[in-house]
Design a protein around this ligand. Structure first.
Ligand code: ATP
Length: 195
């Protein structure tokens, strides 16, 4: 059974159909990439998978039909989206943004250890833990968005164009991090414009 299964999914904005009849699946431990040009509907498909847009078709996660689950429930099940615009809380510190990633968790005792693990993975975030998120560089913001997502202890991370607007060296760093997530049992559904 795949971790995530998207079957015959269509999504419309009013009368305009942005995604038509798409099917894909992500097996546990895999990184699956969806590649397509601007406007192809990639972000729309990811938002719909998270429950942020209404869809036709079916999405299951670990065999469970997600259609009746709220976004929060989906996060609790282990799905987490890092949106294209990263959507940080700009006036809040790096640390507080990270802690917000854990808000739905009931195992509060483990949160401090997970924060340390994120700092270990992204030493730059540790150095800047008191800095306002809005003052970070583009690459640091992407690290923060990834770190915040990891704080929810996801089983599947959905990453919408993590390379967008970043210098090649930083892109390399971010993709190395993404590749290493497998070691902690995180599968990835990745959206990019270019292979
Ligand atoms: P990009 O690589 O530029 O992010 P994308 O493949 O992620 O593109 P989407 O953002 O999913 O594409 O957009 C798909 C289509 O849906 C586009 O034609 C876009 O204009 C349209 N669209 C996106 N959001 C809305 C919205 N809120 N209302 C109406 N149309 C929308």
């Amino acid at each position: 059974m795949p971790l995530l299964s998207i079957q015959n999914v269509s999504v419309s904005y009013g009368k305009v159909e942005a995604v038509r009849n798409v099917s894909l699946s992500v097996e546990e431990g895999r990184i699956v990439t969806v590649i397509g040009p601007n406007g192809a509907g990639k972000s729309t498909l990811m938002l719909a998978t998270m429950g942020l847009l209404r869809l036709q078709g079916s999405v299951t996660f670990q065999g469970e039909d997600l259609s009746h689950l709220s976004v929060e429930d989906r996060v609790e099940r282990g799905l987490c989206l890092v949106p294209e615009k990263r959507e940080l809380f700009h006036q809040m510190s790096v640390r507080d943004n990270l802690l917000l990633g854990s808000y739905s968790r009931s195992d509060r005792d483990a949160v401090a250890a997970d924060l340390d693990a994120v700092y270990l993975r992204f030493p730059r975030l540790k150095e800047r833990h008191r800095q306002a998120a809005g003052t970070l560089s583009g690459g640091e913001r992407q690290m923060l968005a990834l770190g915040r997502a990891l704080m929810s202890r996801p089983k599947l991370l959905i990453l919408d164009e993590p390379s967008l607007g970043l210098a090649p060296l930083i892109v390399r760093e971010i993709f190395d991090t993404i590749a290493s997530l497998r070691e902690i049992g995180v599968s990835v559904l990745l959206v990019e414009q270019n292979a």
